[in-house]
Design a protein around this ligand. Structure first.
Ligand SMILES: Nc1ncnc2c1ncn2[C@@H]1O[C@H](COP(=O)(O)OP(=O)(O)OP(=O)(O)O)[C@@H](O)[C@H]1O
Length: 513
């Protein structure tokens, strides 16, 4: 049978109840229910009732000891600052055992730097309720302290009770929320960018460097000027050459690409300039058109121009200056109308110094220089590109893989020695091999490890396997600690437990980060 219990609360108790709600964030009826339960159990004499606690511990709030039932810490001091009692949660948060604090002056703990400051002492000084933020030194926990004075009938402070709320979880949630919000903004921007550029381009990027290159492309596309594109391998030199072509008035004419490094030296001349019938032993009966002639009225990309044999460079220079070519074995100059774009990942100026590249050809090619910075120097683009490739490969392999913010963060901080090509290959591999919907940092590390870490290590053949594993572990743990600042966060990122991080850091000699 159910009974309805009606409770009448005095205005003093109402005030108190209100403060407990404020401090503990429990609901009013939850607190009342708890009090009623305690009351009933006190009548039946069970341990933990207000009465039984009252006999062993000082009063906390007007006769009711709710202390051990709540998750917030509670400390009660008398008007001299001596600690009368703490609840279990207080011990848990501060890692101070009840027997080590009860009976001592609270100032001792501030002096010994257990806490950065004390709300209880402040209440004694200011004789009013105060709320402050403090840090528990032992575990760096951020806590919110709300100290409330209890006055006697003469208006003197009798006791102070302080509620300690552990903000660690709250801060973590707040950080997570902020990260999610940032992620949403980035997603939104990436989506907006894709929608705006969907049908326009395969050239992704909105870093300041890429913006500049885009506006340069717009300007040079309208001319026939020779363009020299430089940058490390995989930065997108060919992509940019295509953009110049697609934006130019020659876009409906041929676009021919030739990799000067891929064609044997003996064949390159005839590939580029063609040959006349019977020009050399083995030449076919019929004449052959070279790539310059095939690209007539269009655009020719001379990729890896730095690899062009010096002998051929003078012929190329003549062709660019005279706008005509002579086939191998021929004497007749043939007029051509070709826009030349050259690309290289070599340092041509160094090659000039070493006598490997003609200076006059360099200046002839370098009319419009486009220098593409490495991917690691344009972090804004990494984020866009990784989502672009994720979408591309999800579509190709019919998957719905996602990248969590932490992983995206990691990918933006990685140094990408192989630039966009390496990022593209990595995302493709991750989309294929990842078993979960979310691609995580561990998988990325393993995938990158396939190529970079293991390659780097295999070059150091003096390492034993154990040493090599330790080296990788040390690097990963150190980087995670440095980036995330705490063993807890590092453990989460590395997908191991926090004690494992602490233990491994110790054995690997990581003492600071
Ligand atoms: N800005 C970009 N947007 C989209 N894809 C890109 C971009 N830059 C590079 N890529 C992709 O990265 C890969 C490598 O690009 P690309 O071949 O143009 O590099 P590269 O600088 O010419 O390399 P290499 O010096 O080795 O010839 C290609 O698959 C290309 O589609």
């Amino acid at each position: 049978m159910e009974h309805t219990l009606s409770i009448t609360i005095s205005s003093d108790h109402k005030k108190m109840l209100h403060e407990i709600v404020n401090c503990t964030k429990m609901k009013e009826n939850e607190i009342l229910q708890k009090l009623v339960e305690d009351y009933y159990s006190s009548i039946s004499g069970s341990v933990g009732s207000p009465k039984s606690k009252l006999t062993s511990k000082p009063v906390i709030i007007d006769g009711f000891d709710i202390g051990d039932e709540v998750s917030d810490g509670i400390i009660v001091i008398d008007n001299k600052g001596i600690v009368l009692r703490i609840n279990k949660a207080y011990s848990k948060i501060t890692e101070i055992h009840e027997k080590n604090i009860v009976g001592k002056h609270v100032q001792t703990f501030v002096d010994q730097k257990y806490f950065s400051n004390s709300a209880s002492l402040l209440v004694l000084k200011e004789k009013r309720k105060v709320s402050i933020l403090s840090t528990v030194t032992a575990n760096k926990k951020k806590v919110l302290l709300t100290g409330t004075p209890i006055f006697d009938n003469n208006g003197e402070i009798q006791q102070v009770y302080t509620i300690m709320r552990d903000l660690t979880e709250l801060i973590r949630l707040k950080e997570q929320l902020e990260e999610k919000e940032k992620e949403n903004i980035r997603y939104y921007e990436a989506l907006k960018y894709f929608n705006e550029n969907k049908n326009k381009t395969d050239f992704i990027g909105q870093s300041p460097a890429i913006f500049q290159i885009k506006s340069l492309i717009e300007q040079v596309s309208q001319t026939d000027a020779t363009v020299l594109i430089t940058g490390e391998t995989g930065v997108g030199k060919e992509v940019i050459a295509s953009e110049v072509y697609k934006n130019s008035s020659r876009k409906d004419q041929p676009f021919i690409k030739v990799n000067c490094a891929a064609i044997p030296e003996s064949l390159l001349e005839s590939e580029l300039f063609g040959y006349e019938r019977g020009a050399f032993t083995g030449a076919q009966q019929k004449e052959k058109l070279g790539l310059f002639e095939l690209a007539n009225r269009g655009t020719l990309l001379l990729d890896e121009i730095g690899e062009m044999p010096i002998k051929l460079q003078s012929k190329l220079l003549r062709c660019l200056q005279e706008k005509e070519i002579t086939r191998v074995g021929g004497t007749r100059p043939i007029k051509i109308d070709v826009r030349v774009i050259a690309a290289t990942n070599q340092n041509i100026l160094k090659q000039i110094k070493e006598g490997l590249f003609r200076e006059d050809l360099y200046y002839r090619l370098n009319v419009i220089p486009i220098k593409i910075p490495p991917l690691r120097d344009r972090k804004d683009d990494i984020y866009l590109l990784l989502h672009y490739f994720l979408e591309k490969f999800n579509k190709r392999y019919n998957k719905q893989k996602k990248i969590d913010p932490e992983t995206a963060d990691f990918l933006t901080t990685y140094h990408w020695p192989g630039n966009v090509r390496e990022l593209e290959n990595t995302i493709e591999r991750l989309v294929i091999i990842s078993e979960n919907q979310y691609i995580n940092v561990d998988q990325v590390i393993l995938t990158l490890g396939d190529e970079s870490t293991s390659n780097k290590l295999s070059q150091h053949s003096t390492f034993s396997l154990k040493e090599a594993v330790e080296k990788v572990e040390k690097e990963l743990i150190y980087n995670a600690l440095k980036k995330h600042g705490s063993t807890h966060k590092a453990a989460k990122v590395l997908g191991v437990t926090q004690p494992t991080v602490v233990r491994k850091a110790k054995t690997l000699g990581i003492t600071e980060w």
